[in-house]
Design a protein around this ligand. Sequence first.
Ligand SMILES: [Zn+2]
Length: 146
Amino acid sequence: MRSAPLVALLLVGCGVDPAGLSMRVPRQDEAVRAIWIDAYRRGEEPPAINWVTGEALNCTQPESGRPGFYALTIDGYRCLGGVTYVPTEVAVAWSAESTFCTSTLAHEFKHAAHAWDGVFDPRHERADWAEVPLVNEYLASLGLCE
Ligand SMILES: [Zn+2]
């Protein structure tokens, strides 16, 4: 019973506002199906997407130079383009310049798939991370990255 308050504290502390869960991005359902079902061949319900937008994008991701948001990782707070704490929901940065390919959607869905499989790989050490760029190429081939 000691872990429940800690989990609640971590979720509150992550700074991801759940308001983005009600937002819809054009062609979202197509992108979700392409990633979760076509590419990752998952049978579970796809994760809900909490889009992080507007003023909530308050930092620049060091690797990509794209707008991001601070969230708690195992290495402390970092400016991220997305974060996944549970298998059923991902948070993904979305700005005016975003496409599904430049967003972290395929990356976060990979974390969610790992979570369903009981895998915890927050530092991206598994070989299957190599699939993510290929999934983004697949999304582009479907015209989902324009
Ligand atoms: Zn990651």
